[in-house]
Design a protein around this ligand. Structure first.
Ligand code: MD3
Ligand code: FE
Length: 203
């Protein structure tokens, strides 16, 4: 039942819109320092989603595996610092969902172009699964898939729109999830892409 599947999920519609302008400006600065790139999975396939990070730690994948790093492997520089606008937004969302002291040390930034997708997976590279993940959707809408605790479990799908913030904690934290192939679309502020920010306490 849906009420069971959604335990631990707090959907905050349009929560990111109030400070949208500064958020998008800070995002633009980050990607000049740490550009989007298509990382390679351990099995050797380039991901259709392009990624970068900000914060003390950044999530990466290559032939060696999935992990968090302090340095951007593309430049060997530290990941760009997490801007105050990002930190404040993620902390406010977590607070609203009942997490009084969420302090993310990592923000993974995903860019979906038309057709890009993310297969069902669990987020398990973080140290403490009692810490929530906060996601911020920007740009064109996408269909999110939310499954169970095994990959083969039936998933439900729902759309995520520009400005939606979701806090994934408790029982939701280790559920399989993914994004269906992005449909061709245009958003007035971002053009043809969807950007997703995921805030994590990784270390
Ligand atoms: C549920 N990103 O970066 S955000 C990811 O839209 C990721 O780019 C998707 O899955 C995206 O790992 C989905 C929503 C999300 C993020 C993390 C979760 C949902 C989650 C972790 C646990 C459970
Ligand atoms: Fe994920």
């Amino acid at each position: 039942p849906i009420e069971t599947a959604l335990a631990g999920v707090s959907l905050l519609k349009e929560f990111a819109l109030k400070n949208e302008a500064i958020l998008l400006a800070d995002l633009a600065t980050i990607v000049t320092q740490a550009p989007f790139r298509h990382m390679v999975t351990p099995s050797g396939f380039a991901m259709s989603v392009a990624m970068t990070n900000c914060g003390e730690l950044g999530w990466v994948t290559d032939r060696q595996g999935y992990r968090y790093t302090q340095l951007d492997p593309l430049t060997q520089a530290s990941w760009p610092a997490m801007p105050a606008s990002f930190l404040t937004l993620s902390r406010a969302a977590a607070f609203t969902a009942g997490y009084a002291d969420f302090t993310p040390d990592a923000c993974l930034i995903n860019r979906y172009q038309t057709g890009a997708r993310m297969g069902l997976h669990q987020d398990k590279n973080e140290r403490d699964f009692t810490q929530p993940i906060v996601s911020v959707s920007l740009g064109v809408p996408a269909m999110f898939q939310f499954g169970g605790f095994k990959r083969a479990d039936k998933a439900l799908s729902f759309p995520l729109y520009h400005g939606d913030v979701v806090v994934w904690g408790g029982d939701a934290r280790l559920r399989y999830h993914g994004i269906l192939p992005l449909k061709a679309n245009v958003h007035p502020a971002l053009g043809k892409v969807r950007i997703n920010l995921t805030f994590r306490k990784a270390g």
